[in-house]
Write a protein that binds this ligand. Structure first.
Ligand SMILES: [Zn+2]
Ligand SMILES: [Zn+2]
Length: 98
Protein backbone atom coordinates (compact mmCIF):
# COMPACT_ATOMS: atom_id res chain seq x y z
CA UNK A 1 0.00 0.00 0.00
CA UNK A 2 1.38 3.38 -0.97
CA UNK A 3 0.24 6.68 0.54
CA UNK A 4 1.13 9.94 -1.11
CA UNK A 5 0.97 12.80 1.37
CA UNK A 6 -0.08 16.38 0.78
CA UNK A 7 3.53 17.50 1.30
CA UNK A 8 4.70 15.19 -1.49
CA UNK A 9 6.14 12.57 0.82
CA UNK A 10 5.47 8.99 -0.19
CA UNK A 11 5.11 6.10 2.22
CA UNK A 12 5.10 2.49 1.19
CA UNK A 13 3.79 -0.15 3.57
CA UNK A 14 3.94 -3.88 3.13
CA UNK A 15 0.78 -5.69 4.19
CA UNK A 16 2.79 -7.63 6.78
CA UNK A 17 4.04 -4.40 8.34
CA UNK A 18 0.50 -3.01 8.33
CA UNK A 19 -0.86 -6.09 10.08
CA UNK A 20 1.70 -5.65 12.83
CA UNK A 21 0.62 -2.03 13.18
CA UNK A 22 -3.05 -2.93 13.64
CA UNK A 23 -4.29 -0.49 16.27
CA UNK A 24 -7.48 -2.28 17.33
CA UNK A 25 -8.18 -3.28 20.92
CA UNK A 26 -7.91 -6.97 20.10
CA UNK A 27 -4.43 -6.68 18.60
CA UNK A 28 -3.07 -3.94 20.82
CA UNK A 29 -4.87 -4.70 24.06
CA UNK A 30 -6.72 -2.14 26.09
CA UNK A 31 -6.76 -0.72 29.60
CA UNK A 32 -3.19 -1.82 30.17
CA UNK A 33 -3.68 -5.46 29.23
CA UNK A 34 -1.61 -6.83 26.33
CA UNK A 35 -3.18 -7.57 22.97
CA UNK A 36 -2.90 -10.44 20.58
CA UNK A 37 0.06 -8.95 18.69
CA UNK A 38 1.91 -8.50 21.98
CA UNK A 39 2.15 -12.28 22.22
CA UNK A 40 4.21 -12.19 19.00
CA UNK A 41 1.98 -14.66 17.14
CA UNK A 42 3.09 -16.32 13.95
CA UNK A 43 1.00 -14.70 11.25
CA UNK A 44 -0.46 -16.88 8.54
CA UNK A 45 -0.54 -15.77 4.88
CA UNK A 46 -4.28 -15.08 5.29
CA UNK A 47 -3.64 -12.86 8.28
CA UNK A 48 -1.23 -10.67 6.35
CA UNK A 49 -3.26 -10.42 3.16
CA UNK A 50 -5.40 -7.34 2.57
CA UNK A 51 -8.58 -8.38 0.78
CA UNK A 52 -10.33 -5.01 0.99
CA UNK A 53 -9.49 -1.48 2.04
CA UNK A 54 -12.11 1.02 3.16
CA UNK A 55 -11.65 4.72 3.62
CA UNK A 56 -13.04 5.91 6.95
CA UNK A 57 -14.04 9.52 6.45
CA UNK A 58 -11.00 11.61 5.57
CA UNK A 59 -8.84 10.47 8.42
CA UNK A 60 -8.36 6.72 8.40
CA UNK A 61 -8.31 3.51 6.39
CA UNK A 62 -9.77 0.19 7.51
CA UNK A 63 -8.31 -2.89 5.85
CA UNK A 64 -10.13 -6.21 5.78
CA UNK A 65 -7.69 -9.07 6.24
CA UNK A 66 -7.81 -12.54 4.73
CA UNK A 67 -8.77 -14.02 8.10
CA UNK A 68 -11.78 -11.70 8.34
CA UNK A 69 -10.22 -9.28 10.82
CA UNK A 70 -11.52 -5.78 10.08
CA UNK A 71 -11.60 -3.82 13.32
CA UNK A 72 -8.33 -1.95 12.86
CA UNK A 73 -8.72 1.70 11.88
CA UNK A 74 -5.40 3.12 10.79
CA UNK A 75 -5.46 6.89 11.03
CA UNK A 76 -3.31 8.69 8.47
CA UNK A 77 -1.60 10.36 11.40
CA UNK A 78 -0.47 7.01 12.78
CA UNK A 79 0.48 5.78 9.31
CA UNK A 80 2.68 8.80 8.77
CA UNK A 81 4.16 8.33 12.22
CA UNK A 82 5.10 4.79 11.22
CA UNK A 83 6.38 5.59 7.74
CA UNK A 84 9.00 2.94 7.01
CA UNK A 85 11.15 5.01 4.63
CA UNK A 86 14.81 5.51 5.60
CA UNK A 87 14.40 9.24 6.25
CA UNK A 88 11.47 8.82 8.65
CA UNK A 89 13.06 5.81 10.34
CA UNK A 90 16.21 7.84 10.94
CA UNK A 91 14.32 10.81 12.33
CA UNK A 92 12.31 8.55 14.65
CA UNK A 93 15.51 6.94 15.90
CA UNK A 94 16.92 10.38 16.52
CA UNK A 95 13.85 11.50 18.45
CA UNK A 96 13.50 8.33 20.48
CA UNK A 97 16.14 9.30 23.00
CA UNK A 98 13.96 11.62 25.04
ZN1 LIG B 1 -6.47 -5.74 14.98
ZN1 LIG C 1 8.81 8.64 5.27
Amino acid sequence: MTVEWADGHRSQYTSVALRWLCPCAFCRGEAGSPGWLDSMPELSPEQTQIVNLTLVGQYAVAPVWGDGHDTGYYTFESLRANCPCPACTASRAGAAGG
